[in-house]
Design a protein around this ligand. Sequence first.
Ligand SMILES: Cc1cc2nc3c(=O)[nH]c(=O)nc-3n(C[C@H](O)[C@H](O)[C@H](O)COP(=O)(O)OP(=O)(O)OC[C@H]3O[C@@H](n4cnc5c(N)ncnc54)[C@H](O)[C@@H]3O)c2cc1C
Length: 448
Amino acid sequence: MLDPTTLTLNIPHTTKPRVVIIGGGFGGLNLAKNLKGKDFQVVLLDRQNYHGFWPLLYQVATAGLEPDAIAEPLRKMFGSDKFEDFYFRLVKVNGVNTAEKTVHTIIGDLAYDYLVIATGTKSNYFGNEQIKKNAFPLKQIPHALNLRSQLLQCFEQASMTQDPVLQQSLLNFVIVGGGPTGVETAGALAEMRKHILPSDYPGVDFSKMNIYLIEGMDRVLPPMSPQSSAKTLKYLQELSIHVKLNMLVETYDGQVAKLKGGQLIKTQTLVWAAGVQGALIEGFPTKTIERGRILVNPYNQVMDFDNIFAIGDIALMKTEKWPNGHPGVAQPAIQQGKLLAKNLHRLVTGQNLEPFTYHDKGSLAIIGRNRAVADLSKKMQVGGFLAWVIWLLVHLMYLIGFRNKLVVLSNWVYKFFTYQSGTRLIIRPFVRKGDLVKRRFLSKYETE
Ligand SMILES: Cc1cc2nc3c(=O)[nH]c(=O)nc-3n(C[C@H](O)[C@H](O)[C@H](O)COP(=O)(O)OP(=O)(O)OC[C@H]3O[C@@H](n4cnc5c(N)ncnc54)[C@H](O)[C@@H]3O)c2cc1C
């Protein structure tokens, strides 16, 4: 194994101000791109070597798309011919020393003149360690691949058991969280149940497959308009998804989910899409953190620091219109990244900074074929086929990379006409930690 002490970040000395960006997601990427041609050395640090397009992550998890269709290598976007004095390093940042102006990684420290935290969020289990251990989160590509393997393994095993109780638990799927990720995953699973699974597994009776969507509030898609929530509930019910509102999952041990009120659901698969918290970096004073996010002023400057900024999901900017901060969606991150590039230039050239104003471009969610909802403005909502077309176009437009757009579009067209998707592959079997029975079962199929 490679000893990390033999590596260094290897960033050349510079006389230009150095901007260190942690995270190449929607915020970090748009900041870095817009710093091109400005007089900075730019260092982008990310624990993964790609930019992930998370709105399509559920399609990877439900075997609709391959992961490479929703990710773009960061180095491909920032090759040295494209951007002089830009450096990408594949490394996780563990902490910041604000007094010494350095970031800390396992392979060494790096000094910064300007630091931007753009680390996004991670799943929030609200302190429930048992659920954290046993549930399937859906925040990163490895999560989606785990879930895809788990779903396909459940169908395979359901076709091989004579035990009705075990078979039912393999065919029960619980999705916790009625936000866009939960709704979209439930819809995609229901489409699989209707169009794909009966022909793949002719021996299994898929009328027994249950999809539960559990939401703690009194409606699905709580951030969207009540009209869109109501339409979404109707679409989910048309797809025979069991929606439980005002409901919480209290425990899940990998076999049985216990709901508030005592109902038990035997299931091998519980997807956790119920909450997120900021992916914080150690080293910030506690007064700069509120509800897991970093407090920033209208210029995205972290409270009490002139040279440290936070953008996107990790940033909490309270304004009159958004007293609890901006919604945790891609647009605030994109817009803050672009504006911060301008403001960093203004800062070094002695100009006044421009405050951030969020341009809300509306919200969308898809529930399955020809079913979607769109809040285009406060007063204008559309649903059904029109919203579905808008959803497809908007997602294609914002997906990074021409190749990715082509791949995704061709997959969607193929699926539309054939009702098929070609990615039902268990490339890397999923085995829950400590599940020795399944490990032994799967190891029989391993080759030398
Ligand atoms: C499943 C899912 C579906 C979604 N659907 C939608 C949707 O339909 N529409 C919409 O607008 N929004 C959607 N969102 C939300 C949207 O993706 C986020 O709001 C957006 O990604 C925020 O951008 P960001 O730059 O703040 O963070 P991210 O895009 O998450 O990027 C954070 C980056 O930081 C890196 N990172 C984190 N910690 C470290 C560390 N310690 N060291 C180094 N690197 C680190 C990560 O690897 C990542 O690349 C969805 C999110 C998810 C998870």
